[in-house]
Write a protein that binds this ligand. Structure first.
Ligand code: C2E
Ligand code: CA
Ligand code: CA
Ligand code: CA
Length: 278
């Protein structure tokens, strides 16, 4: 038992209780959020290196909470996973991303791909491949315009339903990317076992890539593994020209980060696309 005074113990108890009730409240509000139009997607450009040609965008979720303002995913995805609303929200994210992909591919001369983040909980609670199939059919989006981003942790257990979902997606022609590559605890053996198309190098590798020889060696190794397995590589979180130049030297073919564009509303993305086409 704790010996450091009753008051302090009570304080922690009260703080924990308040945090729990806030989560509960957030969870209730989240159930209505989608129907009330409080969810929004921002789109961050993904470009080719070198040259910066636009290849597509990653969809990033926001919640415009009526009293708390705009919330980032880290502030509510956990709650959505805990109370199951992530299934409904995730289906909306996929459908909305497909609608945008259709709009943008009507404007572009090259195929543009939209990436969506799908958490491990979503694969466990929901048939993600079926959700994607329905969204493609409802929107007229080509499977080749969609990428699903997953994390290494999803592949850790090698469960049959997860494997089947990924194989279904892959057979449909939807690309599968490993997000935050290199930050998980898993071995790389899954790269040979699952239908993976793309590695996204986490920002933690990119941050010091221009100044730190070890980081350069790690990125070079990732690019080499990707090359050997014919996987695409996207470097995430590029903020400076020096980082971009170093990544080009290391052979990284695609990039995403504030240097190339901040996450922006779909309408802004459409506008910049129209400008680029004229
Ligand atoms: P992520 O997939 O690794 O997304 C990249 C995050 O890095 C985004 O934060 C993005 O705004 C930020 N970022 C991009 N470029 C830069 C840069 O140059 N510098 C810095 N400092 N940051 C950069 P965001 O939008 O807050 O998303 C956080 C995480 O939330 C995402 O990480 C993803 O794991 C999750 N997430 C986002 N949208 C969804 C969604 O629709 N469903 C699910 N399940 N998770 C989502
Ligand atoms: Ca991502
Ligand atoms: Ca990432
Ligand atoms: Ca992340």
């Amino acid at each position: 038992a704790k010996r450091n005074g009753g008051n302090r113990f009570c304080f922690h108890d009260a703080a924990a209780a308040r945090a729990a009730s806030e989560r509960l409240e957030l969870g209730h509000a989240l159930r209505a959020a989608r129907e009330q139009g409080e969810l929004a997607l921002l789109f961050q450009p993904i470009v080719a290196l070198p040259g910066g040609q636009l290849l597509g965008a990653e969809a990033l979720l926001r919640w415009d909470h009526p009293s708390r303002g705009r919330l980032a995913p880290d502030q509510f995805i956990g709650v959505a996973e805990a109370n199951g609303t992530i299934v409904d929200i995730g289906a909306w994210v996929i459908a909305e991303a497909c609608r945008c992909a259709v709009r943008w591919n009507a404007l572009a001369s090259m195929p543009l791909r939209v990436s969506v983040n799908v958490s491990a909980r979503q694969f466990v609670m929901n048939d993600v491949a079926q959700t994607v199939r329905e969204a493609l059919a409802a929107t007229g989006c080509a499977a080749g315009w969609l990428t699903v981003e997953i994390t290494e942790s999803l592949l850790l257990e090698d469960s049959f339903p997860v494997r089947r979902s990924l194989e279904d997606l892959s057979r449909m022609g939807v690309a599968i990317a490993i997000d935050d590559f290199g930050t998980g605890y898993s071995s790389m053996s899954y790269l040979g076992k699952f239908p993976i198309d793309m590695l996204k190098i986490d920002r933690s590798f990119v941050r010091d890539v221009d100044g730190d020889a070890k980081m350069r060696a790690l990125v070079k190794a990732i690019v080499s593994v990707a090359g050997a397995l014919s996987l695409e590589v996207v470097a995430e979180g590029i903020e400076t020209q020096a980082q971009a130049d170093t990544l080009v030297e290391l052979g990284c073919g695609k990039a995403q980060g504030y240097l190339f564009g901040r996450p922006m509303p779909g309408a802004s993305f459409s506008e910049s696309l129209e400008l680029a086409m004229h």
